[in-house]
Ligand binder design. Structure first.
Ligand code: CA2
Length: 151
């Protein structure tokens, strides 16, 4: 086993696949978790997959894994565009941080074009649909193979 990848999902993503399918697709967050687990298993990683509508819970999860994870994949939802507190937590991380958005935020409203989280992210995925999560898992494995344990 090569380590655990934390996958964090922010507010409203529990409704994925049930509302606004023209923007976010029809797959549920459970489907995304299943796909990530399969990809990670092939690559020798474990997944801790979480969703929270509460900013403090997302911050607590980052603190829990900031040193020990193989990488942190985060879709902060709308907190992307508002949360200096999540940015501050991510800035304490000693592991790669991948920011992952299902939609192409740059093609959407102007308020979605700015991300606080990007200031702490190793890299950013946007517009790959739910497939972006699997790509992010592969990238964490790629970085780990290169021996890049820090940002
Ligand atoms: O594209 C993304 O992944 C976003 O992070 C999703 C956030 C949005 O605020 C960001 O600007 C971009 C919204 C998450 C809400 O998720 C829902 C999914 C399906 C139905 C309702 C909400």
């Amino acid at each position: 086993m090569n380590g655990t990848i934390l996958i964090l999902n922010g507010p409203n993503l529990n409704l994925l696949g049930r509302r606004q399918p023209h923007i976010y697709g029809r797959e549920t967050l459970q489907d995304v978790e299943t796909q990530c687990r399969a990809v990670a298993k092939d690559l020798g990683f474990e997944i801790d997959f979480r969703q929270s509508n509460a900013e403090f819970q997302i911050i607590d999860s980052i603190h829990e894994y900031r040193v020990s994870a193989a990488g942190i994949i985060i879709n902060p939802g709308a907190f992307t565009h508002t949360s200096v507190a999540i940015l501050d937590a991510l800035n304490t991380c000693e592991v790669p941080v991948i920011e992952c958005h299902i939609s192409n935020v740059h093609k959407r409203e102007a308020f979605r074009h700015h991300s606080y989280v990007s200031l702490a992210a190793t890299c950013v995925l946007a517009g790959f649909g739910t497939h972006g999560y699997s790509l992010a898992v592969r990238h964490v494995a790629h970085l780990a193979k290169q021996g890049k344990v820090t940002q």
